[in-house]
Design a protein around this ligand. Structure first.
Ligand code: GDP
Ligand code: MG
Length: 379
């Protein structure tokens, strides 16, 4: 399960992350990662964007966790919108000494917008305040969650001191936190989802059909199963009469595998790169989407100037690219900032919620100026 700490600066996210590894290390479920090692924050580079991020792994009795922690506020924002692994759950850290602060709200709002379902509240620095104060902050936190559309009354709230736990004084709050994480539902596995494969290319095999090439993005396809192909106004149906991986025939392919699928009797015309292949009824197409968009800063090789609502340029997603009009509420979106944006296309694109996309400027040289996440598909 992918988890991460979010919350206002200095509220104790890194201390808590380190404390979790220290407590679980004693049980053999982690390597103790010291505070300084986490805060060094390695860099993750993704087409121009730099995200300072620490990836930490640990294991409870129930499952394995991949935990992310970022040093700076903008790193958290970029990781949530542009990061490589989407979070299944977030631990929102609120220092009892400050209560809810600006970045607490911003991280929570973004978590909601990108569709994060599971949140646990950790009220930190309990060693510095009295019980009444803790209860007040809990109330404030629950209200904030409810305001943002989460189930504020029932979300798990744990209070404690990450620092004390890290110093080996009292690790009860960490044990409670790990129990709360363990109690969250299993994330949906890509393998069990319906078969989908964005088309990278296709080759005609005279007399037999068409071989469609791509990387399976989710699910499994077995030889002999029915498939459909959809996108950009076209659609076709066929049967997978042969599946090949590295030129060898296989019985089935699953998420992550690059393969060629021979589609019996399928005509090559009308099957194009960018369309998607899927099990019948699973490919959704639309020309209107809701997204969370991050505009790269100038430092990240992005634009110098902001963009206005209505700005139109090429959107790249899976194997397709298509001009899209970007619309949002504010007048201007500046480089280094993010916004909830709607995308409008002339043609119907095949798409799925939670997919990443890039916005590229098609000037003299093509360059990425924005990255985003699809948050809603309007059919
Ligand atoms: P981050 O910016 O959210 O990652 O916060 P840090 O983990 O870097 O913590 C910020 C400061 O708060 C550091 O000086 C920590 O030692 C201190 N701190 C963190 N947790 C606690 C706690 O539970 N009690 C006390 N007293 N200080 C804490
Ligand atoms: Mg930190």
């Amino acid at each position: 399960m992918n988890v991460g700490t979010i919350g206002h600066i200095d509220h104790g996210k890194t201390t808590l992350t380190s404390a979790i590894t220290r407590v679980l290390a004693k049980k053999g479920g982690a390597k103790y990662v010291k505070f300084d090692e986490i805060d060094k924050g390695k860099e993750e580079k993704k087409r121009g964007i730099t995200i300072n991020i620490a990836h930490i792994g640990y294991e409870s009795k129930k499952r394995r966790y991949a935990h992310t922690d970022c040093p700076g506020h903008s790193d958290f924002i970029k990781n949530m919108i542009c990061g490589t692994a989407q979070m299944d759950a977030a631990v929102l850290v609120i220092a009892a000494t400050d209560g809810v602060m600006a970045q607490t709200k911003e991280h929570l709002l973004l978590a909601k917008q990108i569709g994060l379902k599971n949140i646990i509240i950790f009220i930190n620095k309990a060693d510095l305040v009295d019980q009444d104060n803790l209860e007040l902050v809990e109330l404030e936190a629950r209200e904030l969650l409810t305001e943002h559309g989460f189930d504020g009354d029932n979300i798990k709230v744990i209070a404690g001191s990450a620092l004390k736990a890290l110093e080996g004084d009292n690790s009860e709050c960490i044990e409670k936190l790990v129990d709360a994480l363990d109690a969250l539902p299993e994330p949906k596995r890509q393998q069990n989802a319906p078969f989908l494969m964005p088309i990278a290319s296709r080759v005609q095999i005279t007399g037999r059909g068409t071989v469609v090439v791509g990387t399976v993005s989710q699910g499994t396809l077995k030889k002999g199963e029915k498939i459909e192909i959809k996108g950009f106004g076209g659609s076709a149906e066929s049967v997978a009469s042969d599946i090949q991986v590295f030129k060898k025939t296989v019985k089935q392919v699953t998420a992550g595998e690059h393969c060629g699928i021979l589609c019996r009797g399928l005509k090559t015309q009308g099957v194009e790169r960018g369309m998607w292949m899927g099990s019948p009824g699973s490919v959704v197409t639309t020309n209107f989407l809701k997204t969370e968009l991050y505009l790269l800063s100038e430092d990240e090789n992005g634009r110098k100037l902001g963009i206005r609502s209505g700005f139109t340029d090429r959107i790249f997603c899976s194997t397709w690219d298509e001009p899209g009009r970007i619309m949002f509420r504010n007048e201007l979106l500046m480089p280094g900032e993010h916004i909830t944006a709607y995308l409008l296309f002339l043609n119907e694109v095949p798409i799925l919620k939670n997919m990443p996309f890039t916005l590229r400027e098609s000037g003299k040289a093509v360059r990425t100026i924005g990255r985003g996440l699809i948050t809603e598909v309007f059919e």
